[in-house]
Design a protein around this ligand. Sequence first.
Ligand SMILES: [Zn+2]
Length: 112
Amino acid sequence: MLQKKKISNRSRYRFDLLVMLRRAFGAITRIITPGYSYCGKCGITWKFVKGHSTNYTNSRGCFPLCEHCWELLTPEERLPYYKDLWDSWHRWGKPDVEWKTIKEAVLSEAST
Ligand SMILES: [Zn+2]
């Protein structure tokens, strides 16, 4: 049991290190590709990573996370990133889609 926990802590450390490196790379990409939007978690711009598109209607979708970060998170853990994106749409007035619609779309997407 103790051994298992130790291994788990070690992989957790490796995971944290990778997350840190990814965020550092994200910061660099935002400097070298100004004006590009970026993943809400790692901060890497869409010039370097593909966003994971979540369709909330048949023809409309949004992508606050890159495929990599999307894959790492559970649907519940993804919600704050979608909420931040939806909140940011208020800069241009009231969004024409309800938060509830996006929330349901996010929660209905299981990991691939
Ligand atoms: Zn990302």
